[in-house]
Design a protein around this ligand. Structure first.
Ligand SMILES: NC(=O)c1ccc[n+]([C@@H]2O[C@H](COP(=O)([O-])OP(=O)(O)OC[C@H]3O[C@@H](n4cnc5c(N)ncnc54)[C@H](O)[C@@H]3O)[C@@H](O)[C@H]2O)c1
Length: 366
């Protein structure tokens, strides 16, 4: 059996990763450490609540004693760090939390893994162990009209969010270069799909448009992002964990570049057609003052992960966005609870109180 210590997996990508792994692997154990910040919820783990292969532990990646205890109790083969403060706008307003979790939390995980896996006398690492950092294409900064980010593109982050993620990446690389720690880093483009917190572009626009509310679009809306369906990202992480070459970085992206305004137009059209509601139209779009330091274009060259691990994006955007819109329409209650505050989401909703108690008591309580 392979044991994973996964962090931040009550959030968007992590919760999809839990479902992906449980569906694709039989003999695994997932120990999920998540602080349940505003962005995380047990509600996101629907489908995993009865599965004994998934153990939920509420706690902070910066809690040294707790991380040490989990490493000793479960002896994971892989540690995969998804946990982060992830919203650029919040990082512009309050950068400190991004340093605490994204930088110091990551360094704490690295230190604890080193203590658990490294013998300073022989300088040997326990065989079969690996630390995997889930990073972002935003660490590379912005592109002009042409070109792609490759794994050798220098890091040039602009927002406090991307600066904190780049800093974490440097520490991961430093633990590899200094101590020989077995690591990988993945840098993915923008994800979309179910269970994304509705402060992010796609769920926010779906929720507002269906209620005929104004759709705030930053500046001219011509910022370009490379959109990837979340399940394709989960598959890439699984492949890198099991097959990534030691010390390597892997970029993950779909060659699916869209401007923000195109994304909004697609959502409007699909909602109008599905709900047969002509009031859902481009008149709802409201251009607002651009985000400070807003990067103009991100685009990934995924050639290395394709060549080394055979990964490619399987979900065409037209299919993925249709599935995503369908999911948010079908899960309006989830959406309402997520928007109304994470604390409330812990107390009522889609997962029964008994299941929540079981999930919370199955792990170590901080
Ligand atoms: N969403 C994207 O498009 C995208 C793209 C590329 C990379 N990433 C990276 O993927 C990871 C996951 O992103 P997401 O969109 O799922 O984020 P998210 O904000 O939806 O989820 C973050 C999760 O981390 C948890 N968390 C936050 N601080 C914590 C702490 N100190 N200790 C333990 N848990 C903590 C939260 O409770 C939440 O469950 C992040 O590292 C992010 O930088 C995201």
């Amino acid at each position: 059996m392979i044991t994973y210590l996964i962090t931040g997996c009550a959030g968007f990508i992590g919760s999809n990763f839990v479902r992906y792994m449980l569906a694709h692997h039989r003999d695994i154990r997932l120990v999920n450490l998540d602080a349940l910040t505003y962005a995380g919820s047990l509600e996101n783990l629907k489908g995993a609540e009865h599965d004994p292969r998934h153990i939920f532990v509420r706690g902070d990646i910066g809690d040294r004693a707790l991380v040490q205890q989990l490493l000793s109790e479960y002896d994971p083969d892989y540690v995969i760090n998804f946990a982060a403060e992830s919203h650029v706008d919040r990082s512009i307003a309050h950068p400190e939390a991004f340093v605490t979790t994204n930088v110091l939390g990551t360094v704490n995980l690295l230190q604890c893994c080193k203590e658990a896996w490294h013998d300073p006398g022989t300088r040997q690492w326990k065989p079969g162990k690996k630390y995997l950092q889930i990073s972002t294409d935003e660490v590379y900064g912005a592109l002009g009209a042409d070109g792609y980010f490759s794994e050798t593109t220098p890091l040039h982050p602009h927002s406090p969010y991307s600066a904190s993620k780049a800093s974490a990446d440097h520490f991961v690389q430093a633990f590899h270069d200094t101590y020989g720690m077995p690591v990988n880093i993945t840098r993915c483009s923008n994800n979309y799909g179910p269970y994304q917190f509705p402060e992010k572009l796609i769920p926010l626009m779906i929720q507002r448009a269906r209620h005929h509310q104004p759709l705030p679009v930053y500046g001219d809306g011509l910022q370009i992002r490379d959109w990837l369906y979340v399940e394709d990202h989960c598959k890439a992480i699984d492949l890198v964990a099991r097959g990534g070459k030691d010390g390597e970085v892997y970029n993950i992206g779909g060659h699916n570049e869209r401007t923000n305004i195109q994304i909004v137009q697609t959502i409007l059209q699909q909602l109008r057609d599905r709900l047969r509601d002509d009031e859902i139209n481009e008149g709802l779009i409201s251009h607002v003052e651009d985000r400070l330091g807003h990067d103009r274009r991100y685009a990934i060259d995924p050639g290395k992960i394709r060549a080394d691990l055979g990964w490619y994006p399987e979900t065409p955007f037209e299919v993925g966005i249709t599935k995503t819109i369908h999911w948010y329409l079908e899960n309006e209650e989830w959406m309402e609870r997520a928007s109304s505050g994470a604390d409330q989401r812990q107390d009522k909703g889609m997962i029964s109180a008994a299941d929540k108690d079981r999930m919370l008591s199955s792990g170590v309580q901080p």
